[in-house]
Design a protein around this ligand. Structure first.
Ligand code: SAM
Ligand code: SF4
Length: 366
C-alpha cells in the first residue's frame, strides 16, 4: 500500500492498521514519506490536544533498584554510582517548585523497591503534595495490587509502567532470571482495576528487535487500551551488560525509529497522551520538539536537584545535567513557540482517551 493510502486508512479510525501496515510505517526511511506520516500524526495530535504540550515535572526520587535490567544504568549490579534517595521534605519542596512553574502535573519516578517502608514513604509524599492539586503520575515499577491501591487512595492519578517490549522472548533476552514479562502485564491490569490512567511503552532500537516487533508493540498498546504512552530509543550505557554489545543502529537511525514509533502510535491510537521523551533529546538537541511534530503532546522536564542528576543516568548522554527547573522552563517555552505550540500551563493535561473510555459503558477492556 502507498504511504498516502496507509495514512488515509489510519485516519479512518483508531486501530485501523494491521501489524504489517504498522511495520511499514515504523520502518520508513524515505524522507518524503516520513514527512507525510509525521504531518498526519501531528494533525491528529492537534485535533485531540490542540497546539498545546502538557508538562509533567519529573522528580527522580532515588536510584536504588532491586532489579537488574540488562540495559539500565541504575540496575542493582552497577557499583559505579552513588546511590541516593530523596526525603519526603525534598519531594514536597520539588512539588511546590512544580506548582510554581505552573506545570499542573508531576511524575515521581525511581528504581523499583518493594516493601512496607517504601510503600509508606510514597504514601507520605503523596499526602503531602495532594493539597497542591497537581495531577500526579507514578513510575515506580512492579508492585502488588494492594500497593497500587494504597498509592491511588493517597492521591496518585496515573501510573507509567513500560512493558519494555511486547515480545516475551525479547524481554527474556533483556532481563536476567527472576524478571517476569507476565508479571508486568498483570501489573498493568492491576493498575487498571485500581482506576489509574494507565501508561505503558517500550524501548525501540534494541538489539535483535524488528519493525514487526515494534508494530506488535503498538498493537499491544491498543489491546490493553492504554491511556498514555512513554517510549523512546534504547541508548547504551557503558556500565551495563547490554552496553557491551555493539548497538544495531547509529544515533540518527535510532532517532528516526523513535520518531517513526511516535507517529505510528498516534496514527493507530489517535487520542492517547504520548510523551516526547528525554531519550529523543539525548539523540538530538531538538529531539523532543521533533517528537511533538511527530504527534507527541506531553513533555517531562526534569525538576530534580541538579546535584542528583548524574546519579540517575539510565543511559549515556543524558541531557540537561546542569540545567535547573527555571532555566528548563524558559528553554522549553522558546523551543515550543518556534513550532507554534504553547505550554498547557496550569492544566493537568489528562489523557483524552482516559476520559473517553471511563465515560463509556464498557470502560473495562483489560
Ligand atoms: N524502575 C521503574 C521501571 O522500570 O518501570 C521506573 C524507572 S525506569 C528507569 C524508567 C524507564 O527507563 C524504563 O521503563 C526503561 O524503558 C527506561 N530505560 C532504562 N534504561 C534505558 C536505556 N539504556 N535506554 C533507554 N531507556 C532506558
Ligand atoms: Fe530498575 Fe527500572 Fe532500571 Fe529496571 S529499568 S533496572 S527496574 S530502574
Amino acid at each position: 500500500m502507498s504511504v498516502a493510502a496507509l495514512i488515509e486508512k489510519a485516519l479512518s479510525g483508531p486501530r485501523a492498521l494491521s501489524v504489517d501496515e504498522l511495520a511499514e510505517l515504523v520502518a520508513l526511511t524515505d524522507p518524503e514519506a516520513i514527512r507525510q506520516v509525521r504531518a498526519a500524526a501531528y494533525a491528529l495530535k492537534c485535533r485531540h490536544s490542540g497546539r498545546l504540550v502538557s508538562m509533567r515535572g519529573l522528580i527522580e526520587l532515588g536510584n536504588v533498584c532491586a532489579k537488574d535490567c540488562l540495559y539500565c544504568g541504575i540496575r542493582k549490579s552497577n557499583a559505579n554510582l552513588a546511590r541516593y534517595q530523596l526525603t519526603a521534605d525534598d519531594v514536597e519542596r520539588l512539588a511546590r517548585l512544580d506548582a510554581l512553574q505552573n506545570y499542573g502535573s508531576l511524575v515521581l519516578q525511581s528504581g523499583e523497591i518493594e516493601g512496607e517502608a517504601h510503600t509508606a514513604f510514597i504514601e507520605e509524599c503523596l499526602r503531602r503534595i495532594a493539597p497542591l492539586g497537581l495531577g500526579v503520575t507514578l513510575s515506580l515499577g512492579e508492585q502488588t495490587e494492594e500497593v497500587y491501591r494504597r498509592w491511588k487512595e493517597a492521591g496518585a492519578a496515573r501510573y507509567l509502567l513500560r512493558i519494555e517490549t511486547s515480545s516475551p522472548e525479547l524481554y527474556a533476552r533483556l532481563h536476567p532470571a527472576g524478571h517476569s514479562w507476565e508479571r508486568r502485564v498483570e501489573c498493568l491490569r492491576a493498575l487498571r482495576r485500581c482506576g489509574y490512567q494507565v501508561g505503558t511503552g517500550v524501548m525501540c532500537a534494541l538489539p535483535g528487535q524488528t519493525p514487526e516487533d515494534l508494530a506488535r508493540d503498538i498493537v499491544f498498546f491498543g489491546d490493553i487500551d492504554a491511556d498514555m504512552i512513554g517510549m523512546g530509543p534504547y541508548i547504551p550505557h557503558p556500565d551495563t551488560p547490554l552496553g557491551q554489545v555493539a548497538p544495531p543502529l547509529d544515533n540518527a537511525e535510532r532517532l528516526r525509529l523513535g520518531l517513526n514509533m511516535v507517529a505510528a502510535t498516534r496514527l493507530y491510537l489517535h487520542d492517547v497522551n504520548i510523551a516526547a521523551t528525554t531519550a529523543l533529546q539525548a539523540l538530538a538537541d531538538d529531539g523532543r520538539e521533533q517528537g511533538v511534530l511527530a504527534g507527541a503532546n506531553v513533555m517531562m522536564p526534569n525538576i530534580t536537584d541538579t546535584k542528583y542528576r548524574r546519579s540517575y543516568q539510565l543511559y549515556a548522554g543524558k541531557p540537561c545535567l546542569d540545567e535547573n527547573a527555571l532555566a528548563c522552563r524558559g528553554c522549553l517555552e522558546r523551543r515550543l513557540a518556534l513550532l507554534g505550540e504553547k505550554i498547557n500551563y496550569g492544566q493537568r493535561g489528562d489523557s483524552p482517551h482516559f476520559h473517553r473510555r471511563t465515560s463509556r459503558a464498557d470502560g473495562a477492556r483489560l
